[in-house]
Design a protein around this ligand. Sequence first.
Ligand SMILES: N[C@@H](CCC(=O)N[C@@H](CS)C(=O)NCC(=O)O)C(=O)O
Length: 295
Amino acid sequence: MTAAKPSAHPDSDLYPQATGPAWSIVEAHQKEEPLKLYSGWFCPFVQRVWAVLEEKGIPYQYIEGWTLTIPYTSTEAKLTEALVNPYNKPESLMKLNPRGLVPTLQYNDKPLFESTVVLQFLEEAYSDHKPHILPQDPYDRACTRIWADFMTSRIIPAFHRFLQFQPMADKEGLLEKRKEFLATIKEFAAEMDPKGPWFLGSEPSLVDFVVAPWALRMWVFDYYKGGLGIPAEGELGDDDVWRRWRRWVKAVEGRKSIAGTMSEREHYLQIYQRYADDTAMSELAKATRKGRGVP
Ligand SMILES: N[C@@H](CCC(=O)N[C@@H](CS)C(=O)NCC(=O)O)C(=O)O
């Protein structure tokens, strides 16, 4: 057996490829295309972009692990792969995105990054591809951007403060982080169009694709942190806003582009365990520990 290279990033030991529903999408997007998505199957920021590419039917090439797209059978192959995911910042990624993060896009050989910027770029550069994810009216567009930004600047940091909270024995501290996280979700849900099911109404928009990946990962709080705490139907604390939130989650879970870009849950465990133990060394985990926002 080959020993792991000492330079390997502690978070780089993860399952090397998409699985479950996402794998068939990966397989269908191996052909060389002028638009390339540098991805990580596990990454919620990637999923924002990936789902919108699928939604709009834009031709793109999916690139994971930079070199390998074949199933891995031996330990050796897995170790080789571990050296080329975004945590180890291969030069090929750094050249395109000096922040060394995925998603990174290559558009006719030109690089682009930052998931919410990329989403708006796709909307503009492929304007004949539907559905549109931004409303026509400039005021409505601005509001959509406010709530997309609320996700990145408020909800995700609160999600991570709760997920990375230590020590677990400090029940009061944990509950405080949970309360703070749920307050951000509730503030968001209260802004939703009352009829829905999507944030703006009957069709999904930018804000839904920006938030959805985290909604599908909220099971981590039941799994690692003693419970998410969103009241179920008829439970104490249930109200109109939580009912509205649950309707939105149902819409998210039923959307092909979103559900189809998820992998099997077991492979997320290895990654989320490190966040739950607060040992993850990703840029986001480090930023959370320092009290900073999303990198
Ligand atoms: N602000 C970035 C965040 C992207 C991000 O944090 N991606 C993670 C994967 S989920 C990454 O590439 N991490 C590598 C690292 O932390 O070293 C965006 O919205 O695109």
